[in-house]
Design a protein around this ligand. Structure first.
Ligand code: 13P
Ligand code: SF4
Length: 335
């Protein structure tokens, strides 16, 4: 079957048939009126990615039509980094933000790494530069630098080791140091500091999505929704995390729902994730605060299709920076 090219994307019988299994899963989280718009893109993208020898990696914050419609693999930052390194396809298309695509390129320099919008940034990655790290290293000579993956390749290149929200405590403790420089998320750093005796020198970057949650808001969910489980991402402020029943990376939060099957839950994180998880757990009542990441939301089905058609925009990292950044990322993956 040949689904038509992007110039003529109709919701015809072939498209309806090809996308019926996806619609069966998404009908509770996507309005029916939107499906004829999404379905032709999903059908064409799934056809074209095979022709292009492309693997589509999708972060947990992408919208449901992307997450459930076109992903070959989905996950948190750590899982996407591993998947990028292991991918057999010649082309990696990253549906996430720029630092995620850069990490894939650092780990797989021989592959073509694409991102549907080069401007899909991150407030944490924007909070620190390579020059900032060089100055910190001068101020604290010999203190190891642990860098959250939500940073540019240049910042990774100045670092001893990377971490993600899934492994930050383990990585900090693996160094055997009395103190570390931890960059750039001040809230994640405080969370890690609460779990270890290692002294943490912090940088005050923050996630523009998670910093908006407040402890009052969490208490109001508890008061108005009896028996609710509160699960939060460690990029949230400390008083928000203190109200949570569980703190973990995006994938750890997803696993928590799958394993504990709470009757009612609020995921204190980016908005789309609850929709994506609700698809798998129709019996769980999700209370959904909607803090959207404007960077993640720059990725859309039409842009994914255009990217596959043109094999652009491509993410490139200068070889000298990539080589040094690779050391910091692979050290993390080995722990
Ligand atoms: P995870 O690694 O937990 O998926 O977090 C990535 C991110 O950008 C959180 O805001
Ligand atoms: Fe960056 Fe926050 Fe968006 Fe994650 S949710 S990509 S940390 S701005």
């Amino acid at each position: 079957m040949q689904i038509q090219s992007s110039g003529h994307l109709d919701f015809n019988a072939d498209v309806r048939r090809a996308t019926a299994p996806v619609w069966a899963r998404l009908s509770d989280v996507i309005p029916e009126v939107e499906w004829p718009v999404h379905a032709p893109y999903i059908a064409r993208i799934n056809e074209l990615k095979r022709e292009r020898d492309a693997v589509i990696l999708v972060h947990n914050y992408q919208t449901p039509e992307i997450f459930h419609g076109v992903a070959d693999h989905s996950g948190d930052s750590l899982e996407l980094a591993r998947l990028g390194a292991e991918a057999e396809a010649g082309v990696i298309l990253m549906c996430g933000v720029h630092f995620m695509a850069e990490t894939a390129k650092i780990l797989a320099p021989e592959k073509t790494v694409l991102i549907p919008d080069l401007d899909a940034g991150c407030s944490l990655a924007a909070a620190i530069t390579g020059e900032d790290v060089r100055l910190l290293k001068q101020k604290y000579p010999g203190v190891p630098v642990v860098t959250y993956v939500n940073t540019s390749a240049e910042v990774k290149a100045e670092s001893d080791i990377c971490c993600t929200s899934a492994n930050a405590v383990r990585i900090v403790e693996s160094l055997g140091a009395d103190r570390v420089i931890f960059l750039p998320d001040g809230y994640l750093g405080r969370y890690v500091a609460s779990k270890t005796d290692v002294e943490m020198i912090l940088w005050e970057g923050s996630c523009e999505v998670h910093e908006r949650f407040t402890a009052d808001e969490i208490r109001s969910y508890r008061n108005s929704h009896q028996g609710i489980q509160v699960i939060a991402h460690p990029e949230c402020p400390p008083d928000v995390l203190a109200e949570a029943d569980f703190v973990g990376s995006t994938s750890a939060m997803i696993r928590y729902v799958g394993e504990r099957k709470p009757r009612r839950v609020v995921m204190v994180t980016e908005c789309s994730m609850s929709d994506n998880v609700a698809v798998e757990h129709p019996d769980v009542d999700f209370v959904r605060p909607c803090n959207l990441c404007p960077h993640m939301k720059r990725i859309t089905l039409p842009k994914i299709l255009a990217t596959l058609e043109n094999l652009r925009p491509e993410v490139r990292v200068p070889a000298a920076i990539a080589e040094r950044a690779r050391l910091a990322v692979t050290r993390m993956l080995q722990i």
